[in-house]
Design a protein. Structure first.
Length: 312
């Protein structure tokens, strides 16, 4: 029987191979192919995103941990909960969250709607319920705003739908997308070389597709053990195992999207890595089994910076 650790390396490679010869493992975002969204729903979703009425204590909003001014990531190693204590995992960016396959660092929730509702219920975050939120919004004269956006009433499903519509509006192409779509002048020779190395080393085995990740779970330490006596693991490092209690799910996490990665440090589930260079070194050794040369690290880092969203 093939060992589970080997399977976790093989399966992503199979996914990569399905793109076929001559096809790119990363699917570009084309502005002309993005869904047409209701501007009124986007506006309502933006208001709800910044609305502290979503929380029981009426003092935190989505924007508290996901500020729009910093690529919807707060830059902290670990954010604080509603009691001022550190949360379990690093806060990810939401700019491309609607392209994910599953949600949370361990991929606990299969839909974004389920994830939003779980955050509202979570005692460490909003500590409320959708029915309570709907009541608070109703008393704050939000009904007109919901009606204006095309909703007949204020309820959990409509609140969630408006928020998701707003999050969908955050999707935009990067210079790299424009390059893949045919504008070869978008990237420098070094940036192109970085992308070729990104493919050659096998980074695309996990970071591929439209979201350059976010579509599977992977173990930290596929080729070398990441957690050792010198680098002991904590409860949060057990990842998906904390949900399934299955041995092969230990240290397994949702592969993050690399979009906007240069703007959303620190990195990893625990925010323990401060720079892209360090992240590349660690991923090369522990995931791919190679010591990436300095020159190649710099080229890959240069490529990753082309994944920043173009603010249109």
């Amino acid at each position: 029987m093939v060992k589970s650790s080997l399977l976790k390396l093989i399966i992503p490679l199979i996914l990569y191979s399905t793109f076929g010869v001559g096809k790119e493992p990363i699917v570009p975002i084309n502005s002309n192919e993005l869904p047409v969204l209701s501007l009124k729903k986007i506006g309502l979703g933006l208001q709800l995103y910044n609305e502290p009425l979503l929380s029981k204590t009426v003092d935190i909003s989505c924007a508290t941990c996901h500020p729009l001014s910093t690529a919807t990531a707060d830059g902290a190693k670990l954010s604080l909960d509603n009691q001022g204590n550190t949360l379990t995992y690093n806060t990810p960016s939401l700019d491309y969250v609607t392209l994910n396959y599953n949600y949370t660092w361990v991929g606990r929730d299969s839909t974004l709607a389920a994830h939003i509702k779980a955050l509202v219920l979570n005692k460490k975050t909003f500590n409320s319920s959708m029915s309570e939120v709907a009541t608070r919004l109703s008393t704050a004269n939000y009904l007109f705003k919901f009606n204006n956006a095309g909703y007949e009433e204020i309820n959990g499903n409509n609140i969630t739908d408006a928020l998701i519509t707003f999050l969908q509006s955050l999707i935009a192409p990067s210079r790299f997308d424009l390059y893949l779509l045919g504008d070869k002048k978008q990237l420098s020779d070094t940036e192109i070389q970085g992308y070729l190395l990104f493919k050659d080393y096998g980074c695309v085995s996990c970071h591929q597709g439209r979201n350059i990740g976010g579509n599977l779970r992977q173990t930290i330490g596929v080729r070398h053990s990441y957690f050792t006596d010198e680098n002991p693991s904590s409860l949060s490092d057990l990842g998906y195992y904390n949900i399934t209690k299955k041995e092969y799910d230990k240290f397994s996490f949702r592969v993050p999207s690399l979009r906007n990665v240069a703007q959303t440090a620190p990195y990893f589930h625990n925010g323990s890595i401060n720079t892209l260079k360090e992240a590349i070194i660690i991923m090369g050794y522990y995931q791919l089994g190679v010591n990436v040369p300095e020159e190649d690290i710099l080229a890959i880092e240069t490529f990753l910076k082309t994944l920043n969203k173009i603010n249109e």
